[in-house]
Design a protein around this ligand. Sequence first.
Ligand SMILES: *[C@@H]1O[C@H](CO)[C@@H](O)[C@H](O)[C@H]1NC(C)=O
Ligand SMILES: *[C@@H]1O[C@H](CO)[C@@H](O)[C@H](O)[C@H]1NC(C)=O
Ligand SMILES: *[C@@H]1O[C@H](CO)[C@@H](O)[C@H](O)[C@H]1NC(C)=O
Ligand SMILES: *[C@@H]1O[C@H](CO)[C@@H](O)[C@H](O)[C@H]1NC(C)=O
Ligand SMILES: *[C@@H]1O[C@H](CO)[C@@H](O)[C@H](O)[C@H]1NC(C)=O
Length: 507
Amino acid sequence: MKTNVVLCLSMCVYLIGALDEREPIPEENNILTLTKNNFKRALQQHDRLLVHFYAPLSSQSLGTILEFRKAASALKDAESAVRLGGVDVNKEKQLAASLNVTSVPSLLLYLSGDKHNPVYCPVLKSSSSILTWLKRRDGPSADIISNFTHLETFMDEDELVVLGLFKDLEGEIVKVFYEVAIDVADLPFGVTGSLEIFSKYDISTDTVLLIRKHKPDEQFEMEKSTKEDLVEFIRQHEMKLVTEYNGMTASKILNSVVQNHLLLFINKADEGFKDINRTFETTAEKFRGKVLFVMVDVNETRNGRIMEYFRVRVEDAPVVRMVNLSDNVQFQLASDQLDKHSLSEFCLNYLEGKAKPKLQSEPIPENWDKQPVKELVGMNFEKVAFNYDKNVIILFYAPWSRESRVLFPLWEELAQHFSDNEDIVVAEIDVTANDINIHLGEKYPSIKLFPALYAERVVPYSGKRKLKDIVKFMEKEIKKAKRDRAEEEELRKQYINHHKAAEKEEL
Ligand SMILES: *[C@@H]1O[C@H](CO)[C@@H](O)[C@H](O)[C@H]1NC(C)=O
Ligand SMILES: *[C@@H]1O[C@H](CO)[C@@H](O)[C@H](O)[C@H]1NC(C)=O
Ligand SMILES: *[C@@H]1O[C@H](CO)[C@@H](O)[C@H](O)[C@H]1NC(C)=O
Ligand SMILES: *[C@@H]1O[C@H](CO)[C@@H](O)[C@H](O)[C@H]1NC(C)=O
Ligand SMILES: *[C@@H]1O[C@H](CO)[C@@H](O)[C@H](O)[C@H]1NC(C)=O
């Protein structure tokens, strides 16, 4: 009997395996859905397989997922030999681990079925860069420019172009330039050995020029530089010292390798604009490569969304905000301090980790504590919620959410219910307008109890949204806090007594 079961199991596994061999690998949006079970097969079937490792819910992956789809459809249209595949690392942890993929998003190009030596593709932010990367790997990665006419058309390709000037176009150092051209697939690359072009730019050694709007902007002497040096130079200098935020520049700004952005929100029509703008630019020079300086005109209706995101109102301008794109934490400098010295200090402090994150708050409403339901904002939140003497129940709401609004009558009812109880505070806070220093999770509305006696305790409520149930929950938790505190006190006493006794013995 036992052997039969084993036999059947192995037969079944075998049969499933065989079925698997013939079944096509599932795909979505022209991208193969790769799993532990089909990865090897995909490698066998596709000589060139570019695989996107992603985590579907991570904000970093989100952009690349969409661009990868666009690239897949473009490659299909072009009947390219390159096949794209995706690995959802949350579902395929084992596969990602076995392939030594440690960060997401990652792009790896597997060649000739070899799973051990993939080519790392930099995480490119647009589908066209992915296509350019693939193309530059196969062909010459930079245009060879031999005369002025050609140089002009090359410079027309983009606002910023990269031109390598090399004495010997077959030399070793040019190879470094070509390699960089492959990976920096979002910029046009040209290379020249023309002595006329050398003398046009007054250059005599092997040099890389960044040319902005037909004018040489920055130059980099190659000498013994490595690929990494040159990539870093380009990435740090590709943006202007100060970039104005608009539809054209937004994606460049958000995709910049520089993760710290200093945003100046200002009304360009204001008299003070020119001076502040100049100050901003001079400061920008000092922090090139470390902080990206961005200007946002508040007198431009199309900037409404970014202002909403940073919670800047037209009347707040001029104001600067520092934001760390890696964790989206914001910092603010007081508005009366937009001089060169303060701006520099602010950037330095921030880079050294000494600046305090900005906590957003609405002004404290007048009579905020006169109504049955107390209205909290960022500024008074901690003082009320973490009050040692009060049991505080708080509704965290978003004004636009219907689900939040239906709870308002219940909250009034709850406040009435406890109106005679001095120890209980019923409060609410608009979380879209106020930042608070506790983790709330993603869902609104949410309800949390901050019991007395425990400044640090936060108990989320997940029961029915009915008066009776919430009251019951509160009574239970308040009792529990008292009991826990009493027990702790007892332990503390014992500990002290024990400690004293031990001290005595030692004496
Ligand atoms: C992953 O790394 C380990 C240890 O370096 C190595 O033995 C293994 O072959 C690697 N896996 C792949 C798919 O390259
Ligand atoms: C300039 O270079 C381009 C491309 O290499 C070539 O097609 C063209 O004929 C050249 N023009 C002159 C005037 O030499
Ligand atoms: C503001 O500064 C930027 C960066 O220097 C400059 O490009 C721009 O022309 C200035 N704007 C005005 C209106 O002066
Ligand atoms: C906004 O800009 C327009 C045109 O540049 C100008 O006429 C207007 O006065 C500005 N508004 C404010 C509030 O400065
Ligand atoms: C920005 O955020 C990242 C991720 O949290 C952190 O590692 C980095 O130190 C931050 N940068 C600064 C200058 O605070």
